[in-house]
Design a protein. Structure first.
Length: 479
């Protein structure tokens, strides 16, 4: 091409040089390329993006600024407020600077799709707009039922997904060739505070991925449910912010387990299934705008009468419910911005079923705290726990937080780490500490249970069954 103005790569949650589809395509087609990232704090607030995820994005922008400059590519960070502001500013900027093309990687939320449509409508005819499916292994719509619809149940989706995936060449794109001599990185007026669990930088993320695949993936199936064991990959924040791509994850897994798709009992396959769960929720998000509107997939659940009591929600948020595993998990979340996946299910079930609190309040709180908050996965997880989504847990299956604790933290190692006030409680009673305190006439600085689980279970089932009767005759499956 002979264009004198640079092509623009509009970065969003794709903050990497390696295997960045939009960036690679732009660099292949144009002699000059410029990276632009639009800060939208107002939109982030609306979406409840956590401070820890914002901090990770800022640190990654610093790292990306340096690595891109070494390739002769500059990064510009533009403060805007909302997605609409960002679309309008960038369209005007492209018009002013006679930009020949803009390249983006798609995002699938409703606000994100509207932002991109608004931007495309405001571009001059002289500027081309290219959008790529980059944050998924397979584009939404690629995997469909025989009737051409979207799978609503995960297991057949996974089966069909793997069939298509095995017939598809999954390529990890290299870092683009330099577009000129190195340039000085532009100064970024952004804070730079590294996270203890998730250091920024592509090298750190790739090393984390490599270590997991080499050392832990084989045992993932047997170790992943125990929060006291370091048995999970802990790459979720890198996927959420686009420091890693799902193709890099699959490629690295296949390097160590070439036949992973044919070994369903293996730990590596179990981890691959987690990647496919992420795809399942993203594909649903792309095709069902009501997910972005926080509507349940099971329409009849809109008739559930949730408890108006805020005291239980507050106790849950603070890790003071009187159920040790729930409280330890919530304190882990509040302190680190991350929570073990098994504990996400347990805490979500407790809030929705034991406290009969609207699942959307928990969904919002998780997003406001999680460094790895991805809307599709977070919404999907909460709708699973609340029995409101596709392929969700049946409403009458309710986790017993004490039983879950005994099963997944039997000696209380995880609990003691986050609840030091229970350090002296023997393992036999670590999940029911007040029972031990009463038997031994001891005082412990720990709240008594905010609810009787047995009675709460009955109440929850009754609320769901009442909602089903109320919605009788309606359409449970509108899609």
């Amino acid at each position: 091409m002979t264009d004198s103005a640079p092509a623009v790569v509009w970065l969003r949650h794709d903050l990497r040089l390696t295997d960045n589809t939009a960036l690679y395509a732009a660099c292949q087609a144009h002699r000059q390329v410029k990276l632009i990232f639009t800060l939208t704090p107002g939109q982030w607030e609306q979406h409840a993006m956590s401070p820890s995820q914002q901090a990770l994005i800022f640190c990654q922008l610093h790292a990306l600024n340096t690595s891109a400059a070494a390739l002769g590519i500059t990064l510009h960070v533009q403060p805007c407020h909302t997605f609409e502001d960002a679309a309008d500013w960038l369209a005007a900027w492209c018009r002013e600077h006679r930009i020949p093309a803009v390249y983006v990687n798609k995002q699938y939320g409703l606000n994100e799709q509207r932002r991109d449509a608004r931007f495309a409508a405001r571009l001059p005819d002289t500027c081309r707009f290219y959008a790529f499916d980059d944050s998924v292994l397979l584009p939404p719509g690629r995997v469909s039922t025989q009737q051409g619809g979207l799978y609503k149940v995960f297991t057949p989706f996974r089966r069909a997904f793997l069939t298509v995936l095995m017939q598809t060449t999954v390529r990890v794109l290299p870092v683009p060739e330099a577009k000129g001599p190195p340039v000085s990185p532009a100064p970024l007026n952004l804070p730079q505070q590294e996270h203890a669990l998730f250091p920024s930088g592509e090298e750190a993320a790739l090393q984390r991925l490599a270590d997991f695949c080499q050392k832990h993936a084989a045992d993932y199936k047997t170790e992943r449910d125990f929060p006291a064991i370091d048995g999970t990959s802990r790459i979720s924040a890198y996927l959420a912010t686009g420091i890693l791509s799902p193709r890099q994850c699959l490629s690295r897994l296949r390097l160590h387990f070439p036949m992973v798709a044919d070994e369903p009992e293996s730990g590596a396959y179990t981890w691959l299934s987690e990647l496919i769960w992420r795809e399942f929720y993203l594909h649903q998000l792309a095709q069902h705008p009501d997910i972005s509107r926080h509507r349940p997939m099971q329409r009849w659940t809109e008739s559930i009468i949730w408890s108006p009591d805020n005291s239980g929600l507050l106790a849950w948020q603070q890790g003071k419910t009187g159920f040790p595993l729930v409280d330890a998990a919530m304190r882990q979340l509040n302190e680190t911005g991350w929570m073990h996946n098994r504990l996400r299910m347990i805490t979500a079930s407790f809030l929705v079923k034991d406290l009969l609190t609207d699942w959307r309040r928990g969904e919002h709180y998780f997003m406001s705290q999680l460094i790895d908050g991805e809307f599709a996965a977070n919404n999907g997880g909460w709708q699973w726990a609340a029995s409101t989504g596709h392929d969700s847990v049946p409403y009458f299956r309710i986790f017993n937080p004490v039983t879950q604790g005994k099963r997944f933290d039997p000696d209380g190692s995880f609990i003691r780490r986050w609840l030091p006030e229970l350090a002296d409680v023997p393992a036999k009673y670590i999940h029911t500490p007040h029972e031990w305190a009463e038997k031994n006439q001891r005082e412990i600085d720990y709240p008594k249970p905010v609810v009787d689980h047995r009675m709460a279970r009955i109440r929850a089932i009754d609320a769901y069954e009442t909602a089903r009767r109320t919605a009788a005759g309606g359409d449970d499956n509108p899609y």
